[in-house]
Design a protein around this ligand. Sequence first.
Ligand code: SF4
Length: 273
Amino acid sequence: MGQPKRLFITLTFMSITILAILFFLVWFIPFVGLKTISPFMPLIFGSLLVLFFMVILFGTSVIIIAVWRGKDFGFSYHLRGAFIKILFPIMIFLGKLVGIPREKVQQSFIEVNNQLIRSKIKPFPPEKLLLLLPHCIQNFDCKVKITGNIYNCKRCGKCKIKDFIEFAETIGIHVAVATGGTLARRIIVEKRPKAIVAVACEYDLTTGIQDSYPLPVLGILNERPFGPCINTTVDVKKVKEAIFDFLGKSMDDIDKLKTPVYIKSKVKKISNL
Ligand code: SF4
């Protein structure tokens, strides 16, 4: 099991322990006061807290087992919302408390989110899929404006934008470049994808995944050989794998597409694979 998954499981266990202590205190403190209302009140109040805690424990256990096994466990996919909205903020808080860098917790979040999506993926047609790239992947010296329209790229090959355009054309998916969250949201509203493969840094990916929920977003971390936000790059294989996961195809299927074709015709082509 990778380090991000281990970190997720450790922080989840810590969250559960702290919650158990909190629940006990919430029950114990008013214990004497409740007895004066009715002799059964401490029991009723305590039972409700235990029930609430058991629900949380069950939910987190389902997520942990799904992450552990690498596939869907019952309704684990449907707990992605609870993971994003409740568990992740607690993980960030606990990470800070015990001195785990925020970036590490974010990497763990992205990994677990991807795992939960992959655990119950259903194939989408290519035209419903959006590949969202960060602006910093464009060569820093390139003067072409590709944020409004990525197809302005002259395809000189000095950065990976050329490769992604050609790949997107070959399989018929949408591809766009975003400078930040606002533009990314605008692109999503405009293209109306059913699923997204996003490339970005830890911060942009976690906020993007949270903002886009319930839209499934597979996040691929960029690589920063020259530091953040300049001439960044990404493992193209990981991006292609994520796209093929959403399309319900294998990486080998790409070899069957001999020549790049434009969006309308290639949509038909990939569905014929
Ligand atoms: S591949 Fe496109 S975006 Fe990249 S440097 Fe060349 S023209 Fe600019």
